[in-house]
Ligand binder design. Sequence first.
Ligand code: F6P
Length: 515
Amino acid sequence: MSMRLRCDSTPAWGQLRECFEGRGRYFDLRAAFAADPGRYQALSLQAPHVFADLSKNLIDAPLQATLTGLAQQCNVVAHREAMFGGEHINQTEDRAVMHWLLRHPGEDLPVAVQAEFTQVRQVLDAMLAYAQAVREDAAITDIVNIGIGGSDLGPQMAVLALDEFVDQGKRYHFVSSVDGHELSAVLRQVRPESTLFLVASKSFTTLETMTNARSARAWFTAQGGRDIARHFCALTSNVQAAAEFGISTTFGFWDWVGGRYSMWSAIGLPVAIAIGPQRFRELLAGAHEMDEHFRTAPLACNLPVQLALLDVWYRNFHGYTSRSVAPYHSGLRRMQAYLQQLEMESNGKRVDATGQALPYATSPVIWGEPAANGQHAYFQMLHQGSDVIPVEFIAVKKVRHGLPEHHHKLLANGLAQAQALMLGQQDAAGHRHMPGNRPSTFLLLEELTPAGLGALIALYEHRVFVAGSLWGINSFDQWGVELGKVLAKNIEPRFTSGDTTGLDASTAGLLQRLL
Ligand code: F6P
């Protein structure tokens, strides 16, 4: 196992504290641009498919070098190599972390993971052949994905983002919550003979998914549906449970694919049906390009590393508690939900990898909306609120909708918001005063193609890895979600029995009101 060092045990951590107490706290973006005409060039980076302007962040070149020193001293490189070497870096679950293998073309793989790669290829080929058959099957008009968390957010986000590449002959539905409104709303729109249900669950035990899957199966048979094999397909690492459920068509994946990192696996089947096998392979290839950038670019110009270092700078030194994601593309309207799971389930931890309580903060809150709408809602707070919230703009250069005027207006607004956050309106008084100096990152995708999206998502995955690595935590478990599940199991039967014995007074009181 690679030797990891927690950020607070490095000399760089102390240097960063000094930098912050010295000039970091008072860093002024306007002054920094005035003093350095080369600032934009110096602080922008090109990664595969994604250009990043970091120059509106509260850093300069010397500070960036000190931050990069932190990544070096924490042994991020060794940790990264341990992940790419198939080591069990998810030590609380004793698992390797190899979602990157799902998009690997196969050359120069470490011997240790070659057997896994063979299986990856077999499942990918079979799944894509199935996706093609479904695409060609005109009798299937509706695809209903039943899954939650990583078995929902990635595929849903990708199908929306890649809408321009989606086969318009079919409709795609995503049912995640156990709230019966969701499933019943979809079932009202579909017919058993023309619907394919994809039951997506890594564990095949998740309460929401299994409840929805059972209800969908009951609806299917009640409507006269007979051919479960044709109309139900399982995407899971628990192949046996899928068989016991009565599903014979199953595409599997492995315990070394975390749920929130699983859209590249069989969990991506709805995406593959929607955009087709070739485009799905392009999605994987784009992600792989970013994997290679992450593996090979020097830390100083490695985009996932530099974004993670900014996260640490803002969270642990400036004390900022959240980051707002601002996509300027309506196709990215589920991006923030996807990122919430990716970042907050991965890095929302309060102990380090050895179980010791951490003396510093970890994951910020991630939030946002497609920003053209956000501008008319919460951007007021970003500009004049009492908290400073770094904003991450995501814009796309080329679009295909044929309304160039719309696109120029959209992009002008994105640029203007970033500018307004930085410049403020210092000469105005009272209610019109805007302090400015509010940091932002501007990510620019050439085009929202499958490869571009793949690269963007892999960028975020690796940024989360690096931030977790610096914080010394295990980004790949999620023990915090278990307690609520156990308690819900205890409460549910009480809706029938009416028994409130042993419950706290608040829960008992609420339950009685609900009975
Ligand atoms: O409860 C959290 C979680 O385990 C997520 O990590 C996961 O993505 C989601 O539930 C769904 O899990 P599964 O794919 O096993 O149904």
